[in-house]
Design a protein around this ligand. Structure first.
Ligand code: ADP
Ligand code: TRP
Length: 334
């Protein structure tokens, strides 16, 4: 490992199978970054407790997620892949950062307000301090870049604030990390009915998973929301149409995208044809990932090995940071 490479960290909760939002918002960037940076990618299993109290499926979900991450491009020889719960240094840093996080700012976090609406019967303190745990994940490796989708922007902004507060009060320990994407803006993949982002908690038919079979992919795309088409040349696209064009731009060739853009702008678009083409290109994109993930998943011993090796490396980095943090705070009595 080269000494002066900048550090990258990102994580994902083991709460469901990966979908196109996860792939294009996160994993695609991760796979590219592993060639250029020192990368840590982890399964945020503690975070999943804030919404999924039942832990019985955690182990198999974690294994399946690791398989999908590798099938989608991560190489355990190029990056460090680990489970959050294997790194006990994270909760100690979380404790210190909690003293620098204010109740008011936590209550104002968009994801917290969303969760309060979604699960009014379980507004636990973990939900409130979710961004603090996320900051601990990032700062424990003194990361510079955090490749995430648009929805995580606010959490990274909060991490920056906590890092700055810590540095200001106790000494310069942490680089102030940045949200990262290779594209100009952070990516947002819309749900197939155009109502918000594609997500695990969305209606299943509006989300395309990396493990959907060919028939299901076609079915979902053919059912995606469209309309009669524009009546004025060069109209602005409604969000649900833009969402389909975004997907076309990601999995189809440039010529195909241009053709349907042209048809739209000249009010001659046939959405049925466009969806058929999109389904075909989507299948070509997803099939190899799905097949690789299935093959990996049949070998849990191999996955556990990857996680064990990852945890060892991640703990080394975490322990070094925590030592600096304790020194800065003055907790070094022995
Ligand atoms: P979900 O919202 O489906 O539960 P996660 O919260 O586990 O997904 O997200 C994991 C990663 O995938 C994050 O970096 C997040 O920004 C990204 N991501 C999730 N959904 C989308 C989406 N629809 N568009 C872009 N990025 C997304
Ligand atoms: N909150 C992130 C999500 O829902 C998952 C996550 C936890 C994360 N800790 C992180 C992402 C640290 C980036 C860095 O997707």
């Amino acid at each position: 490992m080269e000494k002066n490479k900048e550090i990258v960290l990102s994580g994902i909760r083991p709460t469901g199978f990966l979908h196109l939002g996860n792939y294009f918002g996160a994993l695609k960037n991760w796979a590219r970054m592993q060639n250029e940076y020192e990368c840590y990618f982890f399964i945020a299993d503690w975070h999943s407790l804030t919404t999924h109290a039942d832990t019985s499926g955690l182990k198999s979900m974690t294994r399946s997620l690791v398989s999908e991450l590798i099938a989608g491009g991560l190489d355990p020889d190029k990056c460090t892949i680990y489970a959050q719960s294997d790194i006990p240094e994270i909760p100690e840093l979380y404790l210190y950062l909690n003293m620098l996080a204010y109740k008011g700012e936590l209550e104002k976090t968009v994801t917290f307000k969303d969760k309060v609406r979604q699960q009014p019967e379980n507004i636990n303190a973990g939900l409130l301090t979710y961004p603090v745990l996320q900051a601990a994940d990032i700062l424990i490796h003194r990361a510079h870049y955090v490749p995430v989708g648009k929805d995580q922007e606010q959490h990274i902004e909060m991490t920056r604030n906590f890092a700055e507060r810590f540095n200001h009060r106790y000494g310069e320990i942490f680089p102030v990390p940045k949200a990262f994407s290779y594209s100009e803006d952070l990516v947002k993949i819309l749900s197939l009915d155009g109502s918000g982002k594609m997500s695990k908690s969305e209606q299943q038919m509006n989300t395309i998973y990396l493990n959907d079979d060919d028939v299901l992919i076609t079915k979902k795309i053919m059912k995606a929301k469209t309309d009669q088409g524009p009546v004025l040349a060069n109209s602005k696209k409604p969000e649900y149409i833009q969402g389909l064009f975004t997907l076309l731009g990601l999995v189809s060739s440039h010529e195909i995208l241009k053709k349907f853009e042209y048809d739209f702008n000249h009010c001659q678009i046939r959405y049925g044809d466009m969806k058929k083409q999109l389904a075909e290109d989507m299948i070509r994109f997803i099939k190899p990932i799905r097949e690789r993930a299935a093959a990996l998943q049949s070998d849990p011993v191999q996955i556990d090995k990857i996680l064990t090796k990852g945890a060892e490396k991640a703990r080394k980095s975490a322990t070094a940071t925590l030592l600096e943090v304790r020194k800065a705070l003055g907790f070094r009595y022995l």
